[in-house]
Ligand binder design. Sequence first.
Ligand SMILES: *Cc1c(COP(=O)(O)O)cnc(C)c1O
Length: 400
Amino acid sequence: MFNLINNVARPDKNGFFGRFGGAFIPENLQKEMHKVAVAYEELKKSPDFINEMKYIRKTYQGRPTPITYCRNLSKQIGGADIYLKREDLNHTGAHKLNHCMGEALLAKHLGKKKIIAETGAGQHGVATATAAAYFGLECEIHMGELDIAKQHPNVMRMKLLGAKIVPVTFGEKTLKEAVDSAFMSYLKNPESSIYCIGSVVGPHPFPMMVRDFQEIIGIEAKEQFQEMTGKLPDNVVACVGGGSNAIGIFSAFLNDEAVKLYGVEPLGRSAKTGDHAASITYGIEGQIHGFKSFVLQDEKGEPLPVYSIASGLDYPSVGPEHAFLHDIGRVSYVTADDKECLNAFYTLPKSEGIIAALESSHAVAFALKLAKEKPQENILVNLSGRGDKDIDYINDNFGF
Ligand SMILES: *Cc1c(COP(=O)(O)O)cnc(C)c1O
């Protein structure tokens, strides 16, 4: 039997969760990553660091975020009681700020001047630029040229927040190349800058650090849920792109065997290659962006093109800790397709007055199915972000 506390909360010293994770990167970068890992181990025990984090969460981010009981929706479905952990109410509208503020605080303590990050749809770029502004750090965001054209409002937000946008003009000109470009820039100046990764992915220590910063979701949720209902949730559901919001809420419940955990992957248009981004469900073991995990890849090990209606879930791999939790069977990884996601996206505003992000709508979609199958149980859904960013896209493509 695995001791979950020891194996999950603490990857081994080389950053492995079971056989997943690690740091497969050039030697000079490995040295820098090691420095960051050592400094982080010290800092996370420092009362100054812990207190500053607490202060920021309370006075800037708006934490704790509440849990909302979906009275109307639960009645409408005629099944399980559905609850939402409201990460959409975090400043900037999603859970991403949880780890961006943590990484920026770490940067400040390490005496770094600049934060470098990549962004696809712009959500991680906006959260990083926000954190950089708060701490008075320079911010450099790498973004594919195609994404810059597509995500105009987020590009403007980042500029307004003082970030420098670096357009990426090679390859497919989207997220994967933006990661490569950001890594290259970081390699040029690792002493004065830090790379702020967007999820629980990348080389060690990022999957562990980002998870630690996101753990606050689960810690709050467990206490709040028990206060509201007098018991633990029967089911906890979260969408999985890289996996940061999911691991954030799961972590508090990993040792509660009675609590069933579901990670929802995007099935896109269909199970056909290139039409989805369900990396655990359809991927094979491989290496990407400096770590080992399940990867949607071709025979040569090159990442395959992926797709989801939710651009925040559009990644050909998944955090190593999720690969491990899948392996030991602690978390069930399931899917929701575009249609189910859209149905949930349209349902929640009318029944509860909450517009959820397309990413989060995948979790809601699965919860709606589960609620019908298990009418006696309750379900806690991590609502990772708000859907205001998706409204133009939905209107242009599907209408209201
Ligand atoms: C980025 C994003 C996600 C996906 O990222 P994870 O690391 O899998 O959590 C999910 N929801 C929202 C709202 C996002 O912005």
